[in-house]
Design a protein around this ligand. Structure first.
Ligand code: ADP
Ligand code: MG
Length: 720
């Protein structure tokens, strides 16, 4: 191989080099059935590639009566794209040859690279160097190929046995094996793809590159991703936030059940399950996350066949009671609204429906309803301004032909711009025949719940599109001592800041604190108490005593000196009983906060996603209630409000049973202050404020317990 340089000799190609080639070479093509090299070539022929194909294999003079070339350099014409299906050892050399020939893109299906470790890593690095040297784009290695159904291209460069249909779904998968299953699932739902890409090891082209490419592609209306890991969460965030405003992105991210909490000594750390960051990130980017491929297909069906509704009001039209009840339950459980039909609508329905019908939502036309009734009722309901989405349920009674009903439903819905979902509870063959027969038919579902789940996801997407982008507020913070406090702690090996330092940092960022005195173990709590004033709280302090109340280390509302001494003696005994006396580093004498609702604000560092911010109901029960919300950075005011409103106990903050509403704006601001602090001080790896006591009066809100841990300073190179 020639000497590699890090200079880019050729300009880096755009992805058009990969997806819109005029000529392709299939290196490793073979006439042997049952091999990838055979199936790939077969698929390219069968799908009717619009350009020229050059099989390459030194062992054959022709394959399928087409001239076969011994090497890519022996092809007399230019080659835009090369598929590489040869043993791993020869891939680099062939790639180099492609580079010399001026090939713009490589799709490397061969395996045996990064995924196998060892020598594979070296081989992958070699590819990466060649990519930089020649500027060609690489898909793979270790992938199952690419697909572009555009009529001007028609490239099925995969070895999947399913012949794909053309459609508006652009799909990327990080798992090749799953890719085959996905193409099959797409086909089974009578859906089609615009693009399909198995990215493999992503030595060059990443999922993010594809997102960018598809964002601008007119044939792709929905983007689907099967993700196993994030290459560059920051880039993904920036891209997807932009794209989802006009094109939905649906993600199946595996690892949902990756249970277990991190080894952490903070509430926030313990509560941040491994999957929390992914959920938070996707949510903040407007990306729709689903847990199964089936759910994804339900949703793709919805988004490709239906417009996004204007609101969340659903009307159900049925000929059978049972499924309508199931649909109604699902609508309510998903947080959607059952539409209220106007008097005029009901009157119109009464004009042609039998007396036994129910004219309220769900509209039950009873079993006698046929194509005519369905058609007319659909027109009337779709006219009603109080209806945003319609679910049509049809359970075929004897003598009524489902195709006729669906024809009328399709006809009526084509007159309106509202989404319509059909739940057809009929024999299997209809699910295939109806979409083929009526191209404009609304999406078909087998069960009410799957239709409603799709409606709910689409509704979530609507809310995202309407949601303001939000702002990042910056608060003044001018305590020059903070930097030193943090650096000193880092220098001495990191870990928890002392309570005094914690308070200094929090105060600098505008958090309201209780006055507090730290008393050494041999100090006098009474002297400290005089500075604070009664009533007060006595707490134990020790870096390793994480939950003070667990060991009898918190006594609140101490009214006077006598009781303080009693409390101190009692606490000493409790600490001894709990066996933590030798971990006691001192005592805190603290002002009592006005009573209110206890919330938690926290942060824990995620290796991949950076700081994770947490808000939730706080106090002692936080781990039991797990009523919390996480966000990744950056966190805007809109994110902060959503975090607060997103927890189950939000109504408690609003006040129930005549209670006062707590100052929610204070919490919104506190979340933003925390975000700023975390952003300003990257050395913070863990932080808990639990509880923050919030009251109706902002002036009385207090952070009464907090911990901050910072990372150790990394010894710089050369230090011993
Ligand atoms: P820990 O979380 O280590 O057990 P905390 O300092 O959070 O200890 O105290 C436990 C509980 O005691 C709090 O959830 C709160 O209900 C109450 N508490 C602690 N400090 C105060 C205070 N200054 N004013 C009022 N209540 C307090
Ligand atoms: Mg606490």
């Amino acid at each position: 191989m020639t000497e590699l340089t890090s200079n880019i000799d050729y300009p880096r190609q755009t992805l058009d080099a990969v997806f819109k080639p005029k000529s392709i070479a299939v290196i490793g093509a073979t006439p042997k059935r049952g091999t990838i090299g055979h199936q790939l070539l077969q698929n390219i022929f069968q799908f009717g590639f619009s350009g020229i194909v050059f099989p390459v294999n030194p062992k054959y003079e022709s394959i399928h009566s087409i001239k076969c070339y011994p090497s890519v350099s022996s092809i007399p014409d230019p080659v835009d794209l090369a598929f590489i299906v040869i043993p791993k050892e020869s891939v680099a050399q062939v790639a180099e040859e492609c580079g010399e020939k001026g090939v713009g893109g490589l799709v490397i299906l061969s395996a045996g690279f990064k995924e196998v470790g060892g020598d594979g890593l070296k081989r992958e690095e070699e590819l990466s160097e060649l990519q930089r040297k020649y500027g060609f784009r690489i898909i793979g290695p270790n992938c199952m190929g690419i697909l572009n159904t555009a009529p001007s291209v028609r490239l099925n460069g995969t070895f999947a046995p399913t012949e794909p249909e053309s459609g508006s779904l652009a799909f990327m998968t990080q798992s090749g094996a799953l890719g085959v299953a996905i193409l099959l699932a797409v086909k089974k739902r009578n859906l089609g793809v615009s693009y399909f890409v198995s990215v493999g090891n992503r030595v060059d082209v990443s999922g993010d590159d594809l997102l960018e490419y598809w964002a601008a592609d007119e044939r792709s209306n929905v983007i689907g991703l099967y993700l196993e890991s994030f290459g560059d969460p920051r880039r993904f965030t920036n891209l997807s936030k932009e794209i989802t405003r006009h094109k939905p992105i649906i993600v199946v991210k595996s690892g949902r059940t990756a249970a277990g909490s991190r080894a952490a000594s903070s509430h926030t750390g313990q509560l941040a399950g491994l999957d929390i960051a992914v959920d938070a990130l996707l949510h903040q980017c407007g990306v729709i996350r689903v847990s199964t491929l089936e759910e994804m297909m339900d949703l793709v069906l919805a988004l490709t066949k239906n417009p996004v509704p204007k609101g969340d009001r659903v009307c159900i039209l049925t000929n059978a009671g049972g499924p309508a009840i199931m649909a109604t339950d699902a609508v309510v459980n998903e947080g959607l609204t059952m539409a209220k039909l106007t008097g005029a609508t009901r009157k119109k329905l009464a004009g042609f429906l039998p007396e036994e019908s129910s004219l309220r939502n769900p509209v039950d036309m009873i079993a006698s309803a046929g194509p005519d009734e369905y058609g007319k009722a659909m027109e009337v309901i779709l006219e009603d301004k109080g209806v945003d989405t319609v679910i049509v349920i049809f359970v075929p009674p004897m003598l009524v032909e489902p195709r006729e009903v669906m024809k009328q439903v399709a006809e009526a819905s084509s007159h309106h711009k509202k989404p319509v979902y059909c739940v057809l509870m009929a024999e299997d063959h209809y699910y295939d025949e109806i979409p083929r027969q009526f191209k404009n038919a609304p999406p078909l579902y087998r069960f009410p719940e799957s239709a409603v789940r799709a409606i709910s996801a689409v509704n979530g997407y609507r809310i995202w599109c309407e949601r303001p982008e939000g702002n990042i507020t910056t608060f003044p913070c001018e305590d020059p001592a903070i930097e030193n406090i943090i650096n000193d702690q880092r220098q001495s090996g990191g870990g928890y800041l002392s309570p005094v330092d914690v308070n200094r940092v929090l105060r600098a960022y505008g958090f309201p604190l209780c006055n507090v005195e730290l008393v050494p173990t041999d100090g006098d709590v009474v002297v400290a108490a005089e500075k604070i004033g009664y009533p007060l709280v006595l707490k134990v302090h020790g870096e390793d005593i994480i939950h003070k109340s667990d060991v009898g280390g918190v006594i609140v509302d101490i009214p006077d000196e006598r009781q303080l001494l009693g409390a101190k003696a009692q606490m000493d005994r409790s600490l001894a009983d709990a066996g933590v006396t030798d971990r006691v580093e001192g005592f805190l004498v603290q002002e009592v906060a006005k009573s209110g609702k206890e919330v938690i604000l926290g942060m824990t560092m995620d290796e991949t996603f950076g700081p994770l911010l947490m808000f939730g109901m706080g106090g002692k029960y936080v781990e039991v209630l797990k009523d919390i919300a996480f966000r990744v950075m950056p966190v805007t005011d809109v994110d902060a409000i959503e975090m607060i409103k997103g927890i189950r106990s939000y109504p408690l903050l609003e006040g129930v049973r005549g209670e006062e509403r707590v100052d929610i704006d204070f919490i919104v601001e506190s979340i933003q202050r925390l975000a700023q602090m975390v952003n300003d001080i990257p050395a913070i790896v863990e932080l808990d404020m639990n509880p923050v006591i919030v009251t109706a009066d902002r002036g009385a809100c207090r952070v009464v317990d907090s911990r901050i841990r910072v990372a150790p300073l990394r010894p710089s190179a050369g230090q011993t």
